[in-house]
Design a protein around this ligand. Structure first.
Ligand SMILES: *Cc1c(COP(=O)(O)O)cnc(C)c1O
Length: 357
């Protein structure tokens, strides 16, 4: 077997959900965001583990993901779609019982015409300028929309990972301004917003990255571990180079391992000559450029030739690797390729899990 081994700890995901659930008061519901194939970790398995832990409401980005999620979860859990009701979504929304978060007058019109009485939510723009109705638009249309009994009114924070950023208070004020007294359940917080405190929790929170072990939730249990097999080991002399473009040139004799895994597997080229792999506790630097399927690694200082080197796990988190590549943990997770052998870890019996605050 020459592909990397990706361990995904479903129990850790369930524990992270429970811990985030505990951070808000009794009566605040904690949903789970499983868009983009559950941040690259596998929609069906992750969503079923979260449902077993107690999650009853799920969010996806687009209706197609909602359809796949309904297939994985069966009837019961509420599935909401951030992108709302797009042309062509009507059958999926109706047949698979999805709840679109309507973002514009155009989407509201489409929804009320195509599926009158079918549940929906509303997304408002409190300053991020990405999705949702603008305050003026909402002010004009709110009476008509509220008369149709939306399930949820939500908005999204642009800077929740920066607790001191004034944008958080500005958006909170704008959201309160638009929704105070509306009589409909409200939601503003994703992972970062949960950590900002109870003022941001309203009736429902929508964590994503924190479930999967990423910042800004520093207390998260680690979820992924990735080991890459060593395909070949060679000695090189001073003056010899490693990899494309002679990206590394040795100034002394070295032992170089070629591991299986490259940018086609989501190991960014930007970590060339920068990131470390690990043998147990011992860091082993990447030598030269990351190729599509392989990476050269310095193992001169190891006393043995191991079979595998670790690139994600205890010694290097998704955010550690991300910062080496000038990106964020979200992108590391979503980039994890389809070539790895995936192993889902589940120590506890899902049948006996509780999960209510
Ligand atoms: C992705 C997303 C979330 C989850 O955000 P995290 O930072 O991963 O917790 C919540 N709400 C919306 C609207 C999103 O797009």
């Amino acid at each position: 077997m020459s592909t990397g081994r990706l361990n995904i700890d479903l129990d850790a995901i369930a524990e992270n959900w429970r811990a985030l659930d505990q951070m808000s008061e009794q009566g605040v519901q904690t949903a789970a965001v499983v868009k983009a194939d559950a941040y690259g970790l596998g929609l069906g398995k992750v969503a079923r583990a979260l449902a077993a832990a107690g999650a009853r409401r799920f969010f996806v980005a687009v209706a197609e993901e909602g359809a796949a999620l309904r297939e994985a979860l069966g009837p019961g859990p509420e599935i909401s779609v951030f992108s709302g009701h797009m042309a062509g979504d009507t059958d999926m929304i109706y047949d698979l019982d999805l709840v679109p978060m309507l973002n514009s007058v155009e989407q509201l019109t489409r929804h009320f015409q195509a599926l009158p009485r079918h549940p929906f939510g509303v997304q408002l723009d409190s300053g991020m300028n990405r999705l949702g109705m603008e305050p003026a638009e909402w002010a004009a249309a709110a009476p008509i929309i509220l008369a149709q009994n939306p399930r949820l009114i939500m908005s999204h924070l642009a800077c929740a990972d920066e607790p001191d950023n004034e944008m958080n208070l500005t958006q909170l004020a704008s959201f309160l301004d638009m929704t105070e007294g509306c009589g409909v359940p409200r939601s503003l917080a994703a992972t970062g917003g949960i950590l900002l405190g109870t003022d941001y929790h309203f009736d429902l929170t929508r964590p994503g990255i924190g479930l999967y072990g990423g910042l800004p939730y520093e207390g998260a249990h680690s979820v992924v571990a990735l080991e890459l097999p060593i395909i070949q080991v060679r000695e090189i002399a001073a003056g010899e180079s490693v990899g494309y473009g002679q990206g590394f040139i040795a100034d002394h004799k070295m032992r170089v391992a070629t591991v299986s895994g490259g940018y086609a597997d989501g190991l960014f080229r930007a970590i060339s000559n920068r990131a470390m792999l690990f043998h147990q506790d011992v860091p082993c630097p990447i030598l030269g450029r990351v190729s599509m399927d392989m990476i050269g690694v310095d193992i001169s200082h190891l006393t043995t030739n191991p079979q595998f080197l670790s690139i994600l796990g205890e010694h290097q988190s998704i955010d550690d690797l991300a910062s080496t590549a000038d990106t964020i943990g979200y992108e590391v997770l979503c980039g994890l390729g389809q070539r790895y052998q995936r192993h889902y870890i589940r120590r506890t019996n899902p049948g006996i899990e509780g999960g209510q605050k």
